[in-house]
Design a protein around this ligand. Structure first.
Ligand SMILES: [Zn+2]
Length: 250
């Protein structure tokens, strides 16, 4: 009982953060990365669409991009700068955000899992931090794919979910996801992960995504939420204690 909530130092020796987009890991896990230099951030939806639509996709227009811009190149370089502030390094996968695609072409977790599993596995992590995957289809897909990777990597890797900044404030959605995981026998429990709560450094990293911030401000009033200040809670995913499983059914 005294151990509940604690995270052993060995578990955090090699951290991988799975990020849906180029910004989510920094928005949700800055204090974690600030405390544990050398983390790797694997961003799933960092790819280029076959063609950028004209007129520009709504968020790209909000971001200030204009036709002809190579949006993913600009956003990858923002990501590199942001992660450098936190002594973390990026790995970018080439999946394309749903907003560029027709509904039938949206990327599925089954399409992501092999590549994600190989990438995360090759980093030999001791702990993986995945998004709860709320509301946005790319976040939902990333979460589902990460849960499949969790099964493949086996019990020696510690798994945590982090709260999707912005989306976690949508009424009920974080509770909905947690309830689903709970009922599936993966009990998400807040963990006391050692972090460095350096708000200035976080804002310096977040500030490396100027294009994202314009759109996040327009749709989510992100600055008010980051200024609150926004806590970063990480939830450990693990089976229930022996004999407690029946609680999932009630
Ligand atoms: Zn996102």
């Amino acid at each position: 009982m005294r151990e509940w909530g604690l995270v052993a130092a060995e578990e955090l020796r090699r951290i991988v953060v799975i990020s849906p987009h180029l910004d989510d890991a920094v928005l949700g896990c800055s204090y974690l990365m600030a405390r544990h230099p050398g983390a790797t951030v694997v961003t799933v939806f960092a790819g280029r669409p076959d063609a950028y639509p004209e007129p520009m996709e709504r968020w790209d227009a909000l971001r200030g991009f204009v036709p002809g811009d190579e949006v993913h190149v600009a956003r990858r370089s923002e990501d590199e700068a942001a992660l450098a502030v936190l002594d973390a390094k990026p790995v970018w996968l080439d999946f394309v955000e749903h907003s560029y695609l027709e509904r039938d072409d949206w990327v599925s977790p089954a399409a992501v899992v092999d590549h994600l599993s190989e990438t995360v596995g090759s980093l030999d992590p001791t702990a993986v931090f995945a998004p709860f995957g709320l509301a946005n289809p790319d976040h939902d897909c990333t979460h589902a794919a990460a849960m499949l990777v969790r099964e493949r990597l086996g019990p020696d890797v510690a798994w945590f979910c982090y709260e999707d900044t912005g989306y976690k404030h949508i009424p009920g959605l974080l509770a909905w996801r947690i309830a689903r995981l709970f009922r599936a026998g993966t009990w998400p429990t807040p963990a006391a992960v050692p972090v460095a709560v350096d708000h200035e450094r976080k804002m310096q990293a977040v500030g490396c995504y100027p294009s994202q911030l314009r759109a996040l401000e327009a749709d989510w009033q992100i600055s008010a939420k980051l200024a609150a200040p926004s806590p970063e809670q990480y939830w450990r995913l693990a089976p229930p204690p022996d004999g407690w499983g029946a609680l999932s059914e009630r």
